[in-house]
Every structure is written in C-alpha cells, then in structure tokens.
Design a protein around this ligand. Structure first.
Ligand SMILES: Cc1cc2nc3c(=O)[nH]c(=O)nc-3n(C[C@H](O)[C@H](O)[C@H](O)COP(=O)(O)O)c2cc1C
Length: 149
C-alpha cells in the first residue's frame, strides 16, 4: 500500500474532477490518498512525501492555475532535495493553445525532475479539444500508473 498525495491545479474544476475520480480508484486499490486543492502545501511537505501525483491545467499564456502557483514557487524558491520522491503528472490543456499546450504540467514535471524526483511512467497530457472526458482519460492512464508504484 502506498501513500499518495494528489496536488490539484485548477481554474474551472476539470483537474479537481479528475483528482476526485482517481482518489476513489486508488483507495479501492488499497492505497491511502490525500488530495490538496487549495495550495495548502509547500516544498517541505512535498519533500517529505513518497509519492505525489500532480494534476494541473494550464491557463493564461501557459501559466499555472492560481491555486497551484504558490506550490510551484515554493519548490522553485527553496529547491529541496526530492531524490526520495516518486511522482506522476497529469497535464490538462487545450491544443488550441498551440504554443503553450499543457505548459503548466510540463513545467512542474521539469522542476520536479531537476530537484531529483523520479517520475513514474509517462506524463499524461489531456487535450480538452479532442478528449472531452478528462476523467475517463485519466482513469485509463492511472490504472497502469498505479501498478508501477
Ligand atoms: C482563458 C483560458 C486560457 C487557457 N490557456 C491555456 C494554455 O495556455 N495552454 C493550454 O494547454 N490550455 C489552456 N487552456 C485550456 C485549459 O487548460 C483546459 O480547458 C483545462 O481542461 C481546464 O482545466 P481546469 O478546469 O482544471 O482548470 C485555457 C483555457 C482558458 C479558459
């Protein structure tokens, strides 16, 4: 059994919905899950975790949702050693924004890796334009991801 922290970055609730679906799936699979969707975590808390799944959309011109920006900044400012951390990334975006497609997910992935984190599996990118059911996409991806923990 693993302890999984799901960090949510959302503006209009899609990432939140995905996180809640996965919380249920992971719990059914016997894991302990905590979902943080209000930014109430920081670099020290993340560094103390074993497994983190970031689930974030992209807004503005490739920016993080408001509720995730402080989490990213805390990691970027303090640069903790995350070599004990294993993580996954689900990036929600829209291909209409060609130049910034899923940039928030890509950027947190890059930072976690630079800080020593080991990514489990591939990053999932969900395109709102062609994949209207993000929870279905995420559940398919997570069914395999969770076997890699
Ligand atoms: C104003 C606005 C700006 C957006 N900017 C981007 C962007 O730069 N890149 C991207 O991939 N998606 C962008 N999106 C698409 C959202 O990331 C996508 O709709 C996502 O599913 C929203 O998830 P959320 O409800 O969890 O915030 C934007 C959407 C809106 C409404």
């Amino acid at each position: 059994m693993a302890q999984i922290l799901i960090l949510v970055g959302t503006e209009t609730g899609n990432s939140q919905m995905v996180a809640e679906c996965l919380e249920e799936d992971f719990q059914k699979a016997g894991h302990e899950v905590e979902v943080v969707d209000d930014g109430s975590t920081d670099a020290a808390d993340i560094a103390a975790r074993e497994i983190v799944l970031v689930c974030t959309s992209t807004y503005g011109m490739g920016e993080f949702p408001m509720n995730f920006q402080a989490v990213y900044d805390s990691l970027d400012d303090t640069k903790p050693d995350l070599s004990a951390l294993r993580y996954g990334v689900i990036a929600l975006g829209d291909q209409t924004y060609q130049d910034t497609f899923c940039d928030a997910g890509k950027n947190i992935d890059k930072l976690l890796r630079e800080l020593g984190g080991q990514r489990i599996g591939e990053r999932l990118e969900i395109d709102a334009c062609t994949q209207p059911l993000p929870d279905d996409e995420a559940q398919k991806w997570a069914a395999e991801w969770v076997t890699l923990l």
